[in-house]
Design a protein around this ligand. Structure first.
Ligand SMILES: Cc1cc2nc3c(=O)[nH]c(=O)nc-3n(C[C@H](O)[C@H](O)[C@H](O)COP(=O)(O)OP(=O)(O)OC[C@H]3O[C@@H](n4cnc5c(N)ncnc54)[C@H](O)[C@@H]3O)c2cc1C
Ligand code: SF4
Length: 808
């Protein structure tokens, strides 16, 4: 009969034991798993990307519920074990389940440390440990503005980054004068703080939090000096404590953690313990790599290998804040008996320090350029003598072997560990890259799991990828615009700006176009790039435009056109409706339809009637709705506070104002906006290129939504308080998109290409840059905010126009 193995704690360390054990001795045990959380096992490391909106909760599952069933594992989710009866060899849960065991594993993890201060039980005070905490933070970020994170360590900074990405105004308060004091020296910590400050996160350093204020919900954080700051959400990220309550109640030896030997057995030989709840040789660990090392030894022991021993781990740290490169490991502070070698490039915000004791590398801290972090870490772990490398140590492994960096990484032994989180060695990575002909980091992650957890080994995996693929490896080049040139869209745009090219013919000549007049792919794109770069100076070539833009109406399948007059913010009146009705009658327009963007579409207009229709509509005060253009289309609004019981702001006025500012603007692709008067979001602002939603404290701004073929919800850009700010941010975003979006690239793929953090940096955090962008937008509107209908319907132009209509 099989032995009964029970795991208490369905987290990262405990489940790693089970996975390893199934690989070693799949038939040896009947396995039962108890987990206090109501989900399958998930990658806790990736909570930060979930909070930052970079991953969805289901993307961080390691083992879904089916996985357990398929392997015959009995899983009790959402059931906490409250009793371990060691005499009877049973465990009991809070809901009365009783389960016997022959061998038991405790892997109960840690509990967040809650500061013992008044107000800690108020609504809006959360810890940062599990999916439930992330859900609470995300929900608060949708309703409130001010977040305060207590603790400037790894978790606190990741929480701050995530909440800021969700649009909150975030302040980090920290007891000590420098951030991440357990992982960084003062120089690296200062650089980190400067980077985060530049992104808009505020810091209050060297302060002691004395109370959280509020009656039901927290409203402020108070400090020992009597000062306070407003807070609608407080995240306590002040450290963790091993969760040893169950072990203590069961009479197991505990100090800070559950005491375990090198075989991971507790003071009761039938009870193993792994993970953050454990204390081994005086050490408790709070990172995954050492816990996975424990798990492998524990599994080997349970599989019958009594020779497997755990002898402690060395750890390294990486911060998962997009765009912040930081690595630290070992004795990074240096000190007595140590030598430090330091490199600093203040301009490039790069700082590197390696610490040596004798001829061994014992610590490193890197900021800004962490590509060699993995290499240093391996040298430390292997206790390699670096005497011969001392002079070149700061320049990384490229100088390690004569064949240069690529040969050097290929010369690593196959069993050299690369990804500590997932226990993947160099040999396995190279074999998989070659065997499966992998070309990208994502593919290597998907096939090997290497670099798929904390990311500390990513530079090493990239080096292996480049080395294994060899000469054929190159960062994918941007494709040429079209067959007329070898230049990409971006290269052509740069040339237009740098060489001040003002017309299509200048581009064709200067950039040696293969076809003298370009083609129907490049001509419209080039025309847009010229106008975007040099508004008022570049020549608009109407013949370079697609038929709809040339005709200022949409061509339909029977060759007739449809005409959409602009109705600001979707608002109209009896005069306008009567005028439209008269036009419909006069030109016998067969269909009148309301569009999804709240405008009236007149369908079935004959080509020859277009100038007459425009003239009559212009007489009634209409301008073109640009329903045909790669331009601002509509600003959809709800009825907002003017009429709606729920509305907190006048969304209609806001929409009208935005439309009046932006109509006529050419953009890389069509551009749609919406404004909702409250978070019920009846105007569907979360699928628009730029969406605005009224909230209690002002307006929440959204970008990059698309309701088209590929549905994409917006990302929250930020929150602002006033209508003037909404305008400025909107114009700045449109200008940025106009500057950098490739022709026919909508804001959704643009945003995914450049990243939300980049757009936030340009539009939110860099106030001067934002004002400049907005001003450039306003300036260019002087040239573009002209109604094409009015121009073309004038008697003089009409004569010129009609033959063109007839010929097309
Ligand atoms: C936001 C965040 C970011 C992190 N980032 C990184 C990182 O970048 N790199 C890194 O290496 N590490 C990181 N960590 C730390 C890492 O996630 C932990 O070290 C690791 O998850 C600990 O594994 P564990 O199995 O010991 O504990 P856990 O994964 O916490 O699992 C313990 C489980 O036991 C359950 N449990 C507790 N008591 C009972 C009971 N009585 N009955 C049943 N179930 C019980 C708990 O509910 C929990 O699910 C991060 C942690 C957090 C919270
Ligand atoms: S979004 Fe809010 S304010 Fe606007 S109509 Fe809907 S419920 Fe009313």
């Amino acid at each position: 009969m099989k032995q009964q193995l029970v795991l208490v704690g369905n987290g990262m360390a405990g489940m790693k034991v089970i996975e390893e054990l199934l690989a070693l001795a799949p038939e040896r045990y009947d396995i039962t798993v108890f987990g206090a959380e109501p989900h399958g096992n998930y990658n806790r490391i990736l909570l930060s990307p979930v909070l930052a909106g970079e991953k969805q909760p289901d993307e961080i599952l390691i083992n879904p519920i089916d996985w357990y069933a398929e392997r015959g594992i009995q899983l009790h989710c959402g059931k906490a074990v409250t009793v371990v009866d060691r005499d009877a060899r049973i465990v009991r849960t809070d809901c009365g389940i009783v389960q016997p065991y022959d061998q038991l594993i405790l892997a109960t993890g840690s509990l967040p440390f809650v500061l013992p201060i008044p107000g800690r039980d108020l609504a809006g005070v959360v810890c940062y440990r599990d999916l439930h905490d992330v859900e609470q933070m995300l929900s608060a970020s949708r309703q409130f503005r001010n977040a305060v994170v207590i603790g400037g360590g790894l978790l606190g900074l990741e929480a701050a980054y995530g909440l800021q990405k969700q649009g909150m105004a975030v302040t980090v308060v920290h007891l000590l004068p420098t951030l991440m004091d357990r992982q960084l020296d003062a120089t690296a910590a200062t650089l980190l703080q400067q980077t985060l400050e530049a992104r808009g996160i505020k810091f209050k350093m060297a302060v002691q939090t004395s109370a959280l204020l509020g009656t039901e919900r927290v409203t402020a954080v108070q400090f020992a000096d009597g000062s306070s700051i407003p807070a609608d959400l407080v995240v306590m990220a002040a450290g963790v404590r091993p969760n040893i309550a169950l072990a203590q109640r069961s009479g197991l030896g505990c100090e800070r953690g559950v005491l375990v030997s090198d075989t991971l057995q507790s003071s009761d030989a039938r009870i193993y313990a792994v993970g953050e709840c454990v204390q081994h040789r005086g050490q408790c660990y709070g990172l995954v790599a050492p816990l996975y090392e424990q798990a492998r030894v524990c599994a080997a022991q349970l599989a019958g290998n009594s020779e497997a021993f755990y002898q402690g781990s060395m750890t390294s740290t990486k911060l998962k804040v997009t765009g912040v490169e930081l690595f630290s490991a070992g004795e990074f502070q240096g000190g007595d008996g140590c030598d430090s070698i330091v490199y600093q490039d203040a301009g490039a915000a790069v700082y590197k320090k390696v610490v040596l004791r004798g001829d061994k590398l014992v610590g490193a801290v890197l900021y800004g350029d962490t590509v060699d972090g993995g290499w240093y870490f391996q040298l430390m772990k292997a206790q390699t003598s670096v005497a011969a490398l001392r002079d070149s140590l700061l320049f990384g492994p490229v100088s390690e072997a004569e064949g240069g960096g690529q040969q050097a990484v290929l010369d690593w032994p196959d069993d050299k560990p690369v990804c500590d989180c997932n226990g993947v060695c160099k040999g396995k990575i190279v074999e998989t890259i070659r065997g499966k002909n992998l070309q990208t980091l994502d593919a290597v992650r998907a096939h090997t799991k290497a670099s798929a957890s904390c990311g500390a080994c990513t530079p090493m995996v990239e080096q292996l990828l480049a080395a294994a693929v060899g000469d054929n490896y190159s960062a994918p080049a941007l494709p040429a615009m079209c067959s007329c040139t070898t230049l990409s869209h971006d290269a052509v745009r740069s040339a237009i700006r740098e060489q001040k090219l003002l017309s299509l013919s200048q581009i064709f000549q200067t950039l040696a176009w293969r076809h003298a007049d370009g083609c129907d792919k490049c001509r419209p794109a080039l025309n847009f790039y010229l106008l975007a770069a040099w508004p008022g100076e570049a020549q608009d070539d109407s013949q370079a435009r697609f038929v709809n833009e040339r005709m200022h109406a949409n061509i339909q399948k029977d060759g007739s056109y449809s005409v959409v007059p602009r109705m600001w913010g979707g608002v109209t009146n009896s005069h306008e409706l009567r005028s439209i009705a008269d036009v419909v009658d006069k030109f016998q327009i067969p269909t009148v339809k309301i569009t999804g963007g709240q405008r009236v579409d007149l369908l079935g207009v004959k080509k020859s009637d277009l100038p007459g229709v425009w003239a009559d509509l212009a007489k009634a005060g209409f301008v073109s709705g640009h329903a045909y253009g790669k331009a601002l289309r509509t600003v959809k609004t709800c009825v907002g506070s003017e009429w709606c019981r729920f509305g907190t702001q006048d969304s209609t006025a806001m929409g009208i104002q935005l439309e009046k500012l932006t109509w006529g603007a050419w953009t890389p692709h069509k551009f749609k906006m919406a404004v909702s008067g409250c978070p019920r979001n009846c105007a569907e602002a979360t699928i628009k290129d730029f969406g605005v939603i009224a909230i209690e404290s002002g307006w929440e701004l959204h970008v990059g939504g698309n309701g088209g073929i590929k549905l994409r919800g917006t990302d929250v850009l930020c929150r602002v308080e006033t209508m003037a700010e909404v305008e400025e941010y909107c114009l700045a975003f449109m200008q940025l998109y106009r500057d950098e979006g490739r022709y026919l690239e909508r804001t959704a793929p643009y945003l995914e290409r450049v990243g939300l953090a980049y757009v936030q940096q340009r539009v939110v955090h860099d106030a001067a840059g934002r004002q400049l962008l907005a001003q450039r937008f306003r300036d260019s509107q002087q040239h573009f905010q002209k109604d094409p209908w009015a121009e073309l319907a004038s008697p003089a132009s009409r004569e010129r126009f009609i033959p063109i209509v007839d010929l097309s």
